[in-house]
Design a protein around this ligand. Structure first.
Ligand SMILES: Cc1ncc(COP(=O)(O)O)c(C=O)c1O
Length: 450
């Protein structure tokens, strides 16, 4: 770490390489070393880096109108972005509330759900709880962490939360109920109904979940019955369904949104990351006609707002990103290259520390274990996912590590999620480097008993 730096870094004890430029799927450090951005940052840079069409649109907007406060002004760029987004959102999720990132999106979504019931039932409504899931992640602000279930990130701050109820996620590799699909009858989805009954439906405003779990567990795909069952339970008890598509949205899983795999239309959707593909911090909350109608006929105003809501730069970047995605068929490329990536990732299943390989589209995860038969994780102190990450990075591949999902402490996983315009040659190169990195990590991690 440069001792003269005035930065408060993410970790004072970790020395990071200096990124100096990026192009396509590659990032270069100050020594000229080239790295494949194998996880699109954190599933953000879906177009890859340096797309002129997007940077030009942003610079032009910057010159015309950089900012006009959303409480006084409309602006054309954000209107155009909203129209581009609404063209691909599921069902009638046609109204876009713009924000600056994923945590703001999920937190705005739960506030929208709460106010929906106030508009509908009056200020005395008891619907205020948002049921979430263990092993989920919805952001790092206090509100978004309270509805999330990522233990390593919650631990320090949970005494400061207003707690919300949690159910188990569809973690089939380590089923929390000790069952197996399909004989389980998707117990994890039915758990939502049990929770709503236990709490009392009159207190439940919404259920929030990631359609495919991202950073906490590593690309956890639910059984096909899961999301239709969840939709039906929410409808039966009058709770709103919020899909957190911050990581999965905008083509990442081979369809526009991950809920499209199951033809489920949520009431509210939160998105960010790939919405402006890392070019400008942007996010959005997408609301259904039914929900918006209640606001329109009620007070008319969402009691919420941030300075950067719907700023023109977000608008220009989002509109240009979506036009580029649509014109270049990137969702379809994610589907086609996703099949190739999945097949190649599955071929790594015999590596001694590879416990489970899972994913959809261009979002694949590997769970790292010490013992394949017992599925025992490495103890936290072994830093297994950090070692795999370092071994890949040394070979020019950036991957996305996470951990703590087995019991809130132990458990290691990582994701591979390259830009959506990755080619088949690049997919093979990524998996080739990953294989070398994993074998090298095996040598380090299995050298001594745990
Ligand atoms: C599913 C999900 N929701 C919310 C967030 C928070 O987004 P941000 O980091 O932009 O605040 C993330 C970030 O990784 C995420 O993966």
């Amino acid at each position: 770490m440069d001792r003269r730096s005035n930065l408060f870094p993410r970790n004072f004890k970790e020395e990071l390489a200096l990124a100096v430029r990026a192009e396509g799927i590659y990032i270069y450090d100050e020594k000229g070393n080239r790295y494949i951005d194998g996880c699109s940052g954190a599933l953000i840079s879906s177009l890859g880096h340096g797309v002129r069409e997007v940077t030009d649109a942003i610079s032009e907007q910057l010159e015309i109108l950089a900012f006009a406060h959303p409480s006084r002004w409309r602006n054309r760029a954000i209107e155009e972005a909203a129209a581009e987004v609404a063209e691909i959102t599921p069902g009638d999720l046609n109204y876009i509330w713009f924000v600056s990132g994923g945590s703001e999106a999920t937190e705005s979504a739960v506030k929208m759900a709460r106010q929906y019931f106030i508009e509908k039932e009056g200020a005395g409504t008891s619907r205020h709880l948002v049921i979430g899931r263990w092993n989920s992640y919805h952001g790092s602000t206090l509100g978004s962490m309270a509805i999330g279930g990522n233990m390593p990130r919650r631990r320090y701050f949970s005494p400061m939360f207003k707690e919300h109820p949690k159910i188990q996620a569809h973690y089939c590799y380590r089923c929390p109920f000790g069952l197996e699909h399909p004989s389980c009858g998707v117990r994890c989805a039915r758990e939502l109904e049990d929770a709503i009954k236990r709490i009392g439906p009159q207190y439940v405003a919404a259920f929030i979940a990631e359609p495919i779990v991202g950073s906490t567990v590593g690309a956890l795909v639910p059984p096909d019955e899961y999301w239709p069952m969840i939709r039906e339970i929410c409808d039966r008890y009058g709770a709103l369904l919020i899909a957190d598509e911050v990581m999965t949205g905008f083509g990442r899983t081979g369809k526009a949104f991950a809920v499209d795999h199951w033809n489920v239309v949520p009431d509210i959707m939160a998105a960010a990351k790939a919405m402006a593909a890392g070019y400008v911090p942007t996010g959005g909350v997408f609301a259904s006609e039914r929900l918006v109608d209640v606001f329109r006929k009620g007070s008319g105003a969402f009691m919420h707002g941030h300075t950067y809501n719907g700023n023109p730069l977000s608008g220009a970047a989002t509109a240009a990103t979506l036009r580029y995605m649509k014109r270049n068929g990137l969702f379809n490329n994610a589907f086609i290259q996703g099949e190739a990536l999945g097949k190649a990732m599955m071929s790594l299943a015999d590596i001694p520390i590879v416990g489970d390989v899972r994913g959809r589209g261009l979002m694949w995860g590997i769970e790292i274990v010490y013992d394949k038969v017992s599925k025992s994780p490495f103890p936290r102190g072994k830093r297994a996912s950090a070692i795999v990450t370092a071994e890949c990075m040394r070979r020019g591949l950036v991957i996305y590590p996470s951990g703590g999902m087995v019991d809130g402490v132990d458990g290691d996983n990582f994701m591979i999620a390259p830009p959506l315009n990755v080619t088949s040659e690049q997919v093979q190169e990524i998996v080739g480097i990953l294989e070398q990195g994993l074998y090298s990590a095996c040598d380090i991690l299995l050298k001594t008993p745990v």
